[in-house]
Design a protein around this ligand. Structure first.
Ligand code: E4P
Length: 219
């Protein structure tokens, strides 16, 4: 399973690449706003960091675009800037239309804002490179579906589609477990979620016990 960082903050991205060997980056307009950067500024900064690496960077088209033609034009423009860029297109009727054209042109598309199996299957049928089911957004609104991740993964894998399932809006270590057990290809989570999940109070407790034992023998 690949681990992606969900952030547009360059200090977090640099840290995660260097210290955690992160496999990719995902951004969205909210992350850009949090990093106080326009998409062009972000592109200018991220490109030198990932060029000549295998680190993919998902960048979303302007969310105000609501017709396929404008999405296609913007997606092609961004994709042409760097080989590592994967273009996020929303799971809407116009988005799917854009996806069908872009995938034939060889543009890598991350279908974002996926909330059900039908959207995931349509994305797979039309050649999505990544499919991003948003797990946390459903849960935060009281819509917890214990089978959501596994249903999406099983439905897409059942038919041998090549699209990779990228579990998004991950909020806890439990989501990692659900994604991994379901056989999802990738997970993307925030800097804080990784920090919290890489550590565990029992690991710290165990370390204290070992330090104590170590010190006893040194006396
Ligand atoms: C990832 O590609 C998504 O944009 C993301 O997981 C959504 O995350 P957010 O809830 O932090 O905006």
């Amino acid at each position: 399973m690949l681990f992606f960082l969900d952030s547009a903050k360059l200090d977090e991205i640099e840290y995660a690449i260097k210290r955690w060997k992160i496999d990719g980056i995902t951004t969205n307009p909210r992350h850009l706003a949090n990093a106080k950067m326009k998409v062009e500024q972000f592109i200018e900064k991220i490109k030198p960091l990932v060029e000549n690496t295998n680190i993919s960077v998902s960048i979303e088209v302007n969310p105000h675009l609501n017709d396929a033609e404008s999405m296609i034009e913007e997606a092609q423009r961004i994709a042409s800037m760097c080989e590592n860029f994967v273009i996020k297109i929303p799971a809407t009727e116009a988005g799917f239309e854009a996806l069908s054209v872009l995938s034939k042109k060889g543009v890598k598309v991350n279908v974002t804002l996926v909330f059900n199996v039908v959207q995931a299957l349509q994305a797979a049928r039309l050649g999505a490179y990544y499919i991003s089911p948003f797990v946390g957004w459903k849960e935060e609104r009281g819509d917890y579906d214990v089978d959501f991740i596994s249903n999406v993964v099983r439905a897409v894998k059942n038919y041998g589609f090549k699209s990779k399932i990228l579990i998004a809006a991950v909020r806890s270590a439990r989501h990692f477990t659900e994604a991994a057990l379901a056989g999802a290809d990738i997970i993307t989570a925030s800097f804080e979620v990784y920090k919290r999940s890489f550590e565990n109070p029992y690991s710290s407790l165990g370390l204290d016990i070992f330090k104590d034992s170590w010190d006893q023998i040194q006396k």
